[in-house]
Design a protein around this ligand. Structure first.
Ligand SMILES: Nc1ncnc2c1ncn2[C@@H]1O[C@H](COP(=O)(O)OP(=O)(O)O)[C@@H](O)[C@H]1O
Ligand SMILES: [Mg+2]
Length: 340
């Protein structure tokens, strides 16, 4: 239903744009006017028309730029410990420092994303993702405003908000999975509500390794999936399983795509890296991001201090590589790099 509505809005926007363009051309007046402008400026009439078209499209592009799109990026893989959560905090921090507005959603039962972004410990906020899911699943009631679930992560950035997890989020996932409709539409509806706020450039999900139970409902509302791997055979087969799992959702979500796979915790001197890196390149080919993230103790230290590593040690190698990875990911989203 939402999809149809979105399609309709897109159609109308495109139609309005073309009508605008036509008006613009007509406002140039009749052929005589055009000839006169051509004489005055020394430009050909075709050149003048081209310039008007160009100006009009540039204006529309600027307007589109100003709008917050709320692109949904989900970090997912069945293999645990491959730096999904670490990467969510790093992506949010790097993008926020570039002036983007970010909402991170912790879809990991007992997830610690809020704590890692500097929010005080669990319990000090009650409007968690579980509460949001339960609220939206309760029929015939006045639903709470979506804004009550958005917690500013001001310790990290004034541009990052979070919907935190809590210890009972798994119960909410059970409820979602009990109803086909909820599984298919709940997160999509939530994302549409968030997009309607026109506040966020990116919405980033952290997920658990429970693909069927806890990742599936999120994939239905996702635009881009990023799969992190580490130099291990398990991580590579985990990524393959995750890709296969994703395929099932294509008929349900036409926007869903794999943005790419990156390898982290790397050290070129380690045998594990030398053995698994060529294998991952061969297996995932164009899906692999070029950026390789090094293994660094700072990642663990930053997590212990509840700060994204990119904020705690912005100059270290890992943070710099995260910046490169974010740039690579965004250029893929914006279609500047068509290799994926
Ligand atoms: N580049 C890195 N170098 C060293 N340790 C890392 C790196 N990235 C993440 N870690 C550590 O690996 C562990 C697992 O990372 P985490 O982000 O929690 O993985 P996941 O969310 O996929 O389970 C954490 O202790 C984290 O601090
Ligand atoms: Mg995690």
């Amino acid at each position: 239903m939402f999809k149809l509505l979105l399609k309709l809005i897109n159609r109308i926007t495109a139609y309005v744009a073309h009508v605008n363009l036509l008006c613009c051309l007509l406002s140039l007046g009749n052929a005589a006017n055009l000839d006169e402008m051509s004489r005055k400026t020394g430009k050909s009439t075709t050149q003048i028309i081209n310039e008007v078209i160009h100006r009009q499209y540039a204006k529309e592009a600027r307007t589109m730029d100003l709008a917050h799109h709320g692109t949904v990026i989900t970090f997912a893989t069945i293999k645990g410990g491959t730096a999904k959560t670490t990467s969510v905090t790093a992506f949010a921090d790097v993008l926020a420092r570039q002036g983007k507005h970010i909402l991170v959603i912790d879809a990991v039962p007992r997830g610690r994303l809020a704590i890692l972004l500097g929010l005080t410990s669990e319990g000090s906020y009650k409007n968690t993702l579980k509460a949001l899911i339960n609220d939206r699943l309760t029929a015939n009631s006045e639903h709470l405003d979506i804004r009550t679930f958005l917690h500013p992560a001001t310790q990290t950035s004034s541009r990052i908000d979070i919907i935190p997890s809590d210890s009972r989020l798994n119960d909410a996932f059970t409820r979602i999975n009990e109803t086909v409709f909820a599984r298919a539409a709940l997160f999509r509806n939530i994302i549409e509500e968030i997009r309607a706020l026109d506040k966020y450039d990116y919405i980033i999900f952290d997920t658990s390794s429970e693909l069927h139970r806890e990742v599936a409902p999120v994939l239905i509302a996702t635009d881009h999936v990023i799969i992190p791997i580490e130099p291990s055979v398990d991580a590579i087969s985990g990524a393959k399983m995750t890709m296969k799992f994703m395929e099932k959702f294509l008929p349900l979500n036409a926007n869903l795509q794999l943005l790419g796979i990156f390898m982290t915790k790397t050290n070129k001197r380690y045998k594990s890296f030398r053995q698994t890196f060529p294998q991952s390149q061969k297996t995932f080919d164009k899906h692999m991001f070029h950026t390789l993230l090094p293994i660094r103790q700072d990642a663990v230290n930053a997590a212990n201090r509840h700060v994204p590593v990119t904020k705690k040690c912005p100059r270290n190698k890992l943070s710099q590589k995260y910046e490169e990875l974010v740039a690579e990911a965004i250029s893929r989203i914006e279609g500047q790099d068509t290799s994926c």
